[in-house]
Design a protein around this ligand. Structure first.
Ligand code: HEC
Length: 205
């Protein structure tokens, strides 16, 4: 459900951003009438989209385990952009409108960067001699925070890995896609790294 929500949120934010870029272009090119017509036509859609992205954002934030400093910057940018956008477009103040759209763009950029960093970024395990050794490196870097060095820590509601009943295939799925408060690692771990870390998890028993 979490990833579905995240996709919805990203989609709504993207629509919101495109919408404001269109408005900004109309404003900057002095197409006052077109802007008025466009704003009128999209009024309800804009309301639905902005409420949707704020609500999905709040739900995601409440469910997240770790909110980095970047998240705070993003939040400040989003909330600063709203009054600026309202005033900027209402008063046809180009500078304010531009700043508000830049803030939205900045927050959007941060969200993307944050996503990449969330699971900690890619790690290099090529130098490891065997897959289980590579798996150990991955484990210490990515999994230990929640699961502990012995697999039993249970941080953020994590499960005891020494007692797992999952098959390898189920583990691959879970590690790639995440589940509840466990993040997915598809973007940061290669297939070999996932297999290696599973081997290492099996060895914890
Ligand atoms: C942010 C904390 C967190 C991190 C980091 C994390 N996990 Fe988890 N893990 C969890 C939580 C929470 C669950 C329980 C998910 C559920 O079933 O609701 C879980 C469940 C699991 C399970 C399933 C256990 C079972 O029997 O159902 C495996 C296997 C697992 N994690 C492996 C890993 C591996 C491997 C890594 C590193 C690549 C990792 N986890 C990183 C929190 C985390």
């Amino acid at each position: 459900m979490q990833t579905g929500l995240l996709h919805t949120h990203t989609l709504l934010v993207t629509l919101f951003f495109i919408h404001y870029v269109v408005k900004l272009v109309l404003l900057l090119t002095n197409s006052t009438e077109k802007l008025a017509a466009y704003s009128k036509k999209t009024k309800i859609a804009e309301m639905v989209i902005s409420v949707g992205f704020l609500v999905t954002g709040v739900v995601l934030a409440l469910n997240a385990t770790i909110l980095g400093n970047l998240f705070v910057v993003k939040l400040v940018m989003v909330f600063a952009s709203i009054p600026l956008a309202v005033i900027g477009f209402k008063k046809s103040n180009k500078a304010l409108a531009l700043v508000s759209v830049l803030l939205i763009a900045g927050a959007y950029g941060i969200a993307e960067v944050n996503k990449k960093q969330k699971a900690g970024g890619k790690i290099e395990t090529e130098q490891a001699a065997s897959s289980i050794e590579a798996g150990k490196l991955v484990y210490m870097e990515k999994c230990q925070v929640c699961h502990g060095s012995d697999g039993k820590l249970g941080g953020s509601g994590a499960k005891d890995l020494t007692a797992t009943q999952l098959t390898d295939q189920q583990m691959v799925e879970l590690i790639n896609n995440g589940k509840n408060s466990m993040p997915g690692f598809k973007e940061v771990l290669s297939d070999e790294q996932v297999n290696g870390v599973i081997e290492y998890v099996r060895a914890l028993k």
